[in-house]
Design a protein around this ligand. Structure first.
Ligand SMILES: [Mg+2]
Length: 407
């Protein structure tokens, strides 16, 4: 069997309709033609073979740029046997190592291609990808949704969701206190500080201690993700589980976070961490340190979500999968069959390969219009005064007293 062609399918994607998550500016606030809000893109990859088997994958790092990276890598793949997945992963890594080893563009491109190769192997053998990964530990995967207000949290609880994450950039302790009061102790709560550089490790540790009474499942990205020494300081100073890793890729990028046990939960993104090949290895590294996997899904499209379910079905240390509830309505038309949560779980697909395909005509109706967000500002209400207006990455928190509730 030989690879004969690699094609990319790039599309613009609207922001989620539910404002509990999008209101923090995560998806951008600009509006584009076709009434699409935000700057999310999805990039799908198809790998074609001389035997008519076609594999599909997705890249969610910086899709508009990754499209070019995938097209560059195509030259390495044509004529190769797609069933030798590890060999092709290594070939791609060596080919692009001069461009940087652990970035989301290179890893994102390899992710989509790798995912498509696993899809091909499953289709050739007539088995789901989870079977290739060792079989099922579970037939359904728990998911979590996003809520920043008690109203949203209660609505999601009524829909069966059992774990909720709050975006915590502004007034995090009050928000969590209100959520815990509303949903009770049976719902798992988490907070995401989005890895801002404006919290010092000392302030993040203070915040962690103030959040301790609410028994969060984890505090995510309390400081900038590159500040691993800072994670150690927060860990030593507080008793709250930590989570991080959504912007890191491959075993090499996540190694220190895991080996030094700086977190309790790692969150590599199934759409950009280096493919199913890397996610399985990252999960094994984490397992050896009793660290759970909760893959990131902030930009994840519907094909990568399928890949995540196959992986999370097969590894022991699955915590749950992030899912954007009430995402852009086009999600259900982009990849078929569409996934729906039931009682807080997603059923693991059982078709050969990944068991999913895209509607190419639908994808073509939404050409990419932009893929980077204008930094949010005070006007958006998303960030505390003085912390982001200057648009510099290195920050010291000002007006600190506003961040911590009195009494
Ligand atoms: Mg996050």
């Amino acid at each position: 069997m030989k690879i004969t062609e690699v094609k990319t399918f790039l599309m613009h994607v609207g922001a989620p309709s539910l404002k509990s998550w999008a209101s923090d500016g995560s998806f951008g606030t600009q509006t584009y033609s076709g009434n699409l809000t935000g700057t999310r893109n999805w990039l799908f990859v198809k790998v074609y073979t001389d035997e008519g088997v076609v594999g599909i994958g997705e890249c969610s790092g910086w899709p508009r740029v990754i499209e070019t990276a995938v097209q560059d890598l195509k030259a390495l793949l044509i004529g190769e046997d797609p069933q030798h997945i590890e060999r092709l992963w290594q070939k791609m890594q060596i080919a692009i190592m001069g461009h940087g080893m652990t970035g989301t563009v290179g890893a994102g491109a390899m992710t989509g291609i790798d995912m498509a190769l696993w899809d091909i192997k499953g289709k050739v053998l007539g088995v789901p990808v989870w079977s290739l990964l060792g079989g099922q530990v579970r037939s359904q995967v728990r998911m979590y949704a996003h809520a920043s207000t008690p109203e949203t949290a209660l609505a999601l609880k009524a829909r069966g969701v059992t774990a909720l994450k709050c975006g915590g950039v502004s007034d995090p302790v009050r928000k969590i206190a209100a959520l815990r009061e509303a949903v009770g102790d049976d719902i798992d709560l988490m907070i995401d500080l989005h890895g801002p550089p404006w919290l010092t490790p000392a302030d993040a540790a203070t915040l962690a201690r103030e959040l301790e009474p609410y028994k969060l499942l984890f505090m995510e990205d309390p400081i900038a993700p590159d500040n691993l020494d800072g994670y150690r300081r927060i860990r030593d100073a507080s008793n709250i589980p930590l989570a991080a890793g959504e912007r890191m890729t491959t075993i090499f990028g996540l190694r220190q976070l895991i080996e030094e046990e700086l977190v309790d939960v790692v969150q590599p993104d199934t759409g950009r961490a280096g493919g199913i090949t890397q996610m399985k290895k990252i999960a094994a590294m984490a397992e050896a340190h009793h660290i759970m996997m909760a893959p990131h899904s902030g930009s994840l499209g519907p094909v990568a979500e399928y890949a995540a379910l196959h992986l999370l079905a097969a590894i022991p240390n699955t915590l749950f999968l992030e899912r954007i509830e009430d995402d852009w309505e086009g999600r259900a038309h982009t990849a078929l069959p569409a996934l729906t949560q039931e009682n807080g779980f997603l059923k693991v697909p059982d078709g050969p390969g990944l068991g999913v395909d895209i509607d190419e005509d639908f994808v073509a109706r939404f050409p990419s219009q932009a893929n980077v967000s204008i930094p949010v500002s005070k006007a958006s209400g998303s960030y505390v005064d003085g912390s982001f207006e200057e648009h510099v990455y290195v920050q010291t928190r000002m007006k600190r007293a506003h961040y911590f509730p009195k009494g």
